[in-house]
Design a protein. Structure first.
Length: 184
């Protein structure tokens, strides 16, 4: 699929382009941000919480899990950090914000894909953290972020607001095939 995605347009890619794109995006998307003349100038912390149906049928809401901090701890001091720990969550968040307005309305044709991708990542992380507990199931998840601008260097004449910006997404229902630990 990767070969067909990067290959010049041909009969096969013209016939099956949609299937190829569905397999490639968003996990294997390529871009030139590594070489961008204007690197990231903000820190973004992404957190998630969940509503859990416990083994006895009650409901509870977890505290916020700081997924960005977990990723930071996973790479801190690691000479060969995982690409996933460095980029998976950040790229999913970038994808979501690029396809949704500040009011969380989809602004692009790939909006549902971005939402599904982000939800699946946070659900898998919650399962790894055993957030639901023994016999529990994830019912809904909610994601929030705090974007903090990075102060420009002292020699720079650039003036920016250093006030953090918070964003809280609506609760998303976790599909049944994901609520017990699957990936949908």
């Amino acid at each position: 699929m990767v070969f067909l995605h990067v290959a010049p347009s041909n009969t096969l890619t013209k016939e099956h382009g949609k299937a190829i794109d569905e397999w490639i995006y968003p996990e294997f998307e390529q871009n030139w941000k590594l070489f961008a003349p204007n690197p990231l100038q903000q820190n973004i912390a992404v957190q998630v919480r969940a509503q859990i149906r416990t083994a006895d049928g009650d409901f509870r809401t977890t505290g916020w899990y700081d997924l960005s901090a977990e990723d930071g701890r996973a790479i801190d001091g690691n000479l060969l950090p995982s690409h996933t720990h460095q980029n998976e969550l950040r790229r999913a968040w970038d994808f979501y914000t690029a396809t949704h307005s500040g009011e969380n309305r989809t602004a692009a044709s790939r909006g549902l894909l971005a939402e599904t991708y982000l939800r699946r990542i946070v659900v898998l992380r919650l399962h790894r953290a055993e957030a639901a507990g023994a016999g529990g199931a994830l019912e809904r998840v909610q994601v929030r972020s705090r974007t903090t601008p990075v102060r420009p260097p002292e020699w720079s004449e650039e003036r920016i607001s250093l006030k953090p910006v918070d964003r809280v997404l609506p609760w998303w229902t976790v599909p049944a095939d994901e609520s017990w630990g699957g990936a949908g």
